[in-house]
Design a protein around this ligand. Structure first.
Ligand code: ADP
Ligand code: PAZ
Length: 313
């Protein structure tokens, strides 16, 4: 398949196993302890401090170098424009993409924490694109409730506007908030972003492009969290089973009905949602964006990141 061979072009990409990648940490200090890490780890995820040291600290170093280089690029444009003194730093924007249930939110939270602990103490903000999903009433009006997570289920213009405003230095920008329990946008609640140095934008489809400007055009760096589709399916199903005694147990939960199902029944239900919504979205929309990512973190069947692919060009 053309896409896959392009996706592996050795001219564009450098493939490293974990041993090769971890050597690139150099002097980045360990700035997280066990109890802090525990609070960042999502349901079903397996990350430990060793993985933080071997995978995330080299990544933190790479991003540190790229932030400095990006500021020099912006300064070059200012010089060209005759503006000797730049009065503000442009926020550095990082996109994190990947399938439902691959562990993007854990990656995003760990990375946000590590970046905020650089010696310069940058202000790091993290948003998830689910806040830009259309509200349930609108998805129903358009007849696309079964397409939640597909590109058309988002207000993509609002997302682009949000990131543009943050990058332009607007002192206060707000994003809507999504609630997994009610399965809908929360009315009258917003997430506020106030001039961060680094903004992380995490979501299924953040690396999509289109005929007009998209949010990915504003990324300075991007990470794709990757794993075998059959492994992600297993993780999705086992997380679904675990949620029966967690968020599904809440009578307000959209999934409350599933909380009383047996293992066998819940497995069938989860597999059905995976096969009808999340897997097709992965294959049709998310995987094709992988070649675009600056960095691919590839997980093995035990959730451990064992390979890293860096875009050289
Ligand atoms: N139905 C749900 N109820 C409560 N939390 C959920 C539900 N579905 C997903 N989540 C949580 O939302 C976050 C994002 O999940 P997801 O979109 O699958 O991405 P990922 O697993 O890659 O972070 C995770 O922390 C997950 O545990
Ligand atoms: C809310 C999501 C679309 C993820 O949104 P994201 O923050 O990645 O934009 C996804 O977790 C989801 O709920 N998908 C719908 C199918 C399902 O319930 O698994």
């Amino acid at each position: 398949m053309a896409r896959l061979s392009h996706d592996r072009d050795p001219g564009l990409y450098l493939e490293l196993d974990r041993t090769q990648w971890r050597a690139l940490r150099q002097s980045m200090p360990m700035v997280l302890n066990e109890s802090e890490l525990e609070k960042l780890v999502g349901l079903g995820e397996q990350i430990d401090l060793n993985e933080v040291a071997e995978v995330y600290l080299p990544l933190s170093r790479l991003i540190h170098l790229q932030v400095e280089a990006r500021q020099r690029l912006f300064a070059a444009t200012s010089t060209f424009l005759g503006q000797r003194q730049r009065n503000r730093q442009v926020p550095f924007v990082i996109g994190i993409a990947g399938s439902v249930a691959v562990g993007k939110s854990t990656t995003a939270r760990v990375l946000a924490t590590l970046l905020s602990r650089w010696e310069t103490h940058p202000k790091v903000d993290l948003i998830t694109t689910d806040g830009f999903l259309l509200p349930t009433a609108e998805l129903e009006r358009r007849g696309i409730m079964h397409r939640k997570g597909f590109p058309e289920s988002y207000d993509r213009r609002a997302l682009l506007r949000f990131v543009t405003e943050v990058k332009s230095g607007n002192p206060l920008v707000t994003a809507p908030v999504y609630d997994h329990v009610t399965y809908d946008i929360v009315p009258d609640v917003v997430h506020t972003v106030q001039q961060p140095d680094i903004l992380i934008v995490e979501g299924l489809n953040v690396l999509q492009t289109g005929p007009t400007l998209t949010v990915s055009d504003l990324f300075d760096f991007s990470v794709y969290v990757d794993a075998k589709t059959s492994d992600i399916e297993k993780w999705y199903i086992s997380r679904f089973l675990q949620m029966r005694t967690g968020s599904f147990a809440d009578p307000e939960s959209h999934f409350h009905y599933y909380s009383s199902l047996t293992d066998a029944q819940a497995t069938i239900a989860a597999r059905d949602i995976w096969t009808s919504i999340n897997r097709p979205n992965l294959i049709e929309n998310i995987l094709p964006t992988r070649p675009r990512a600056t960095l691919v973190l590839r997980k093995d069947g035990n959730h451990a990141i064992n390979r890293v692919r860096l875009r050289k060009l």
